[in-house]
Design a protein around this ligand. Structure first.
Ligand code: NCD
Ligand code: ZN
Length: 372
């Protein structure tokens, strides 16, 4: 007899370990989407100008909390906690890392290879050439390095940039700093997955919902589709399969990071459109759909709510969240404030089979619950 399908899932409120919230009107427009589902999120520092100091990170955190307060959310969502990060540059001083650690509010330092992605022009040009003092301080203080793992060498094919990064940057980095905590952000390849599985020492990887659900065909389905363009770019089906296997394996080195990256519709739909998919609004429904596709919903809670806090050394959330199997349509576009601007979310206009139902306060009930 085949088991009855799970129609309702209650889990410890999850965290998003890789999120772009932007600033100003855009921040105001998107922050509640994440706060409704996640208790905490690692906030990416690639603003213009980049968040390179603890002082700037604390000021940015203040603007996020103000935007949350203005959103009129229910108490549990309003308690959303932004976990700040610094943007690593060729000049980042060890004293800045110490300040970040002392603040108690900064939880990671982000490596953007210069030119690798959106707003990465202030990024690092030569990691081991210029950043050794900062990396030494991070290793000593247990401050994680969050890595955008793609080389920028124009001679390397766009689809190979993650795999080449492992040999050219990740291995030498981890050889020089074996005790440094490293998160290989938004994994997209079988090679990246294998590296995280096999590496010695404190290494983990985040995986987005879109890389679990789609392969690179989505970029070209019926025409050129800019809202499916992100970096690292979607890869072949065999890579998607490897990511899905890793995310649903129960291995605590893999955890949830949406990389939700909002851009306005005009910024995406132009001759040189920006990289980034907006997934925050339906993040958990997208992840549930991916886990359900391989019959592994029971592993979603570990991936979404347990593995991340364990790696970052933070407590597991106490509140809970319920998702249910119910068709929910992704809106065609969302208001991004400032009048006419709009965000087109990933899978706009499509129906998803899961939706976030509610938050509940009972920590005693079973995480997996069949519908009556
Ligand atoms: C991100 C953005 O828009 O800030 N874009 C993306 O495609 N993921 C930057 C990044 O994380 O690479
Ligand atoms: Zn990102």
């Amino acid at each position: 007899m085949t088991p009855a399908p799970v129609n309702r899932l209650e889990l410890i409120r999850p965290d998003d370990w890789h999120l772009h919230l932007r600033d100003g009107d855009m921040l105001q427009a998107v922050v509640s989407d994440s706060a409704r589902q996640f208790a905490r999120a690692i906030i990416m520092p690639n603003l213009k100008p980049a968040v390179t100091t603890t002082q700037a990170a604390i000021a940015y955190r203040g603007r996020i909390l103000e935007a949350l307060a203005r959103s009129g959310l229910a108490p549990e969502a309003a308690a959303f906690e932004p976990l700040m990060t610094l943007y690593l540059t060729d000049q980042t001083a060890p004293a800045e890392i110490q300040r970040a650690r002392d603040s108690g509010l900064v939880h990671g330092v982000k490596l953007y290879p210069a030119g690798a992605t959106t707003h990465s022009d202030q990024g690092v040009t030569d990691l081991l050439g210029h950043c050794r003092p900062a990396l030494e301080a991070m290793q000593a203080l247990g401050m994680p390095l969050l890595v955008h793992g793609e080389v920028t060498d124009p001679a390397v094919d766009l689809f190979d940039r993650e795999a080449v990064f492992i040999d050219r940057v990740m291995r030498p980095l981890r050889h020089a700093f074996p005790a440094l905590k490293v998160v290989f952000e938004h994994l997209t390849t079988a090679e990246g997955v294998a590296y995280v599985q096999e590496a010695d020492g404190p290494v983990a990887g985040t995986i987005t919902a879109h890389h679990l659900l789609y392969n690179r065909n989505a970029l070209f389905q019926g025409g050129l589709r800019p809202h499916w363009y992100c970096l690292p770019v979607l890869k072949r089906e065999r890579h998607r399969q490897a990511l899905l296997q890793a995310a649903t394996s129960g291995n605590a080195r893999f955890f949830l990071g949406t990389d939700s990256a909002p851009h306005t519709r005009p910024a995406k739909e132009q001759d040189c459109g920006c990289a980034g998919c907006y997934t925050a609004r339906h993040a958990l429904a997208l992840y549930a759909t991916a886990f359900d596709s391989v019959g592994q919903l029971a592993r979603l809670e570990g991936f979404a709510s347990l593995h991340g806090p364990a790696f970052y050394g933070l407590p597991v959330n106490t509140s809970r969240l319920v998702i249910e199997r119910a068709a929910d349509r992704v809106p065609e576009c969302l208001d991004a404030g400032a009048g006419a601007q709009a965000i087109v979310p990933l899978a706009a206009g499509e129906w998803l089979p899961w939706r976030v139902l509610d938050t509940v306060g009972d920590p005693g009930s079973s995480p997996l619950d069949d519908a009556p």
